[in-house]
Design a protein around this ligand. Structure first.
Ligand SMILES: Cc1ncc(COP(=O)(O)O)c(C=O)c1O
Length: 454
């Protein structure tokens, strides 16, 4: 056993992993990266088709970002932004985000992770509703199947049972409505538009059942990522926004995955014509070179927050590292790199062949559905294409396909029965061709294994 394998098993708790299996399997240790590739401690090279965790949007060795980090660390590695103190990268990053926001926004808060941005947004919903004298209007709705992070409140919003079980979550006041997954939940002969209407009708029923005066906000990812790249059915967001307006319910867009180009526009909100009251973003904000997240708030919310802060004396929220200068400098340079490298143009150029190439696997015997937009795709694995029956989870079929791809030098991510893909924005056509080729090999190998063993 390699020394760090033992050290890892003996000392580190891996997030989102089966802890017993982790002790048996040990870690896969990466040591360096180059463009869209990473290398393990045996110098095996892998094409990373999920950008780490949907986050290394500019690949693994962007020199300009690294230089921005070291410049800022040399100059001023830290200074707080509590109590009116500030630093230049934070000021400039906030202004830049307001300039590029998909709808007019008034102010920005910084945190360290997507979960904290979502948590901050939840607190601001409560703060806002109290400050405007609607202290009953506090319940928050999200969707089954959604992912909003794992801090206590964000995990409660997350609509995945594995994030709740054994943790006594969700907390009180968090409600979940229909998962808009057309493949899984539409009825026979129901069109996408009819399905969207049914989801929104059910949402309205839930609001009326709870009492609209008790519902403060609705959180949504433009495209649900971790839940299996659930692209909203046609007319979904249009109808959703009518209902939210009708009952005076805030809309918070969780752009943690979709932001900065993933869906083929700079923001998922642009792709689906969403006009949110707050926007949470992270991941691609810094291409994951340093941890940072942002929450953008509307002027209506900001002006009301001011009233709350006058009443209390201060706005009593924030993290030591809110507005960390090195993280802000990295994020500023990341946004600059999107512009310099014209990543949006590259995404638009290569995404049609990425979508088409992966969609061809819809005919594969193991595949039930392929869905996606821009540079994000999920391939859903099924046991029976006709009935959509899934494989027994104990078979770990997704994990087997992930391992088969890995043996050919490709990293993909199996989330249950979904194989997800979200490559860096700098990916080339030939690298996309390679992804498609290896996915085909991995699907065939696991299918042959299954046929031989069933
Ligand atoms: C849509 C969405 N929101 C929030 C989060 C949480 O972000 P973090 O893991 O940085 O806390 C994630 C993470 O994958 C996400 O996909």
């Amino acid at each position: 056993m390699k020394p760090n394998t033992e050290l890892d098993i003996n000392s580190y708790i891996h997030p989102q992993s089966n802890l017993t299996a982790q002790e048996k399997l040990g870690p896969m240790i990466m040591t360096r990266g180059e463009g869209v590739h990473v290398f393990d401690d045996q110098e095996n090279k892998y094409l990373d088709s999920v950008s780490g965790l949907w986050c290394v949007t500019l690949g693994y060795n962007n020199q300009a970002i690294k230089d921005a980090a070291t410049r800022q660390l040399d100059q001023l590695p830290f200074f707080q932004t509590f109590a009116n103190k500030s630093n230049n990268p934070t000021i400039e990053l906030a202004a830049k985000l307001l300039e590029i926001a998909p709808v007019p926004m008034s102010k920005v808060m910084f945190q360290n992770s997507g979960s904290e941005a979502v948590d901050t947004a939840i607190k601001l919903v409560w703060y806002y509703q109290n400050a405007r004298g609607k202290s009953q209007k506090k319940k928050i709705i999200s969707r089954h199947g959604s992912y909003h992070g794992t801090t206590i409140a964000a995990a409660s919003l997350t609509g995945l049972p594995t994030m709740h079980a054994q943790f006594d979550l969700p907390i009180e006041g968090i409600l979940h409505t229909d998962n808009p997954n057309y493949y899984r939940f539409s009825e026979k002969d129901e069109t996408e538009i009819e399905f969207a209407s049914r989801c929104i009708k059910n949402l309205e029923k839930l609001i009326l059942h709870e009492g609209p005066e008790t519902i403060g906000a609705f959180f949504a990812e433009p495209v649900m990522g971790t839940g299996g790249v659930i692209v909203p059915p046609e007319t979904y967001f249009e109808k959703l926004q009518v209902i939210l307006k009708k009952y005076d319910i805030l809309l918070i867009a969780d752009e943690v995955i979709c932001g900065f180009g993933r869906t083929g526009n700079y923001w998922g909100c642009e792709t689906y014509n969403i006009k949110p009251d707050m926007i949470a973003c992270a991941k691609g904000l810094s291409s994951a070179y340093l941890p940072i997240s942002a929450l953008l708030v509307s002027d209506e919310i900001y002006q009301t927050m001011k009233k709350g802060s006058d009443k209390v004396g201060i706005f009593g929220h924030g993290y030591t590292y809110s507005g960390h200068p090195a993280c802000a400098a990295v994020a500023l340079e990341t946004l600059n790199q999107y512009y310099e490298l014209d990543t949006l143009n590259n995404i638009r150029k290569v995404s049609p062949s990425f979508q088409k190439g992966l969609r061809q696997f819809k005919n594969h015997p193991l595949v039930g559905d392929v869905r996606g937009v821009g540079l994000m795709v999920s391939i859903e694995i099924v046991k029976d294409k006709k009935t959509k029956e899934s494989f027994d989870p104990a078979l770990m079929i997704g994990r087997k396909i992930e391992d088969a791809a890995l043996s050919h030098g490709l990293i993909l991510r199996a989330l249950g029965n979904n194989l997800v893909f979200a490559p860096p924005f700098i990916i080339t056509q030939s690298e996309i061709t390679k992804i498609i080729e290896i996915v085909g090999l991995a699907l065939d190998e696991v299918h042959n294994w299954y046929e031989g063993n069933s």
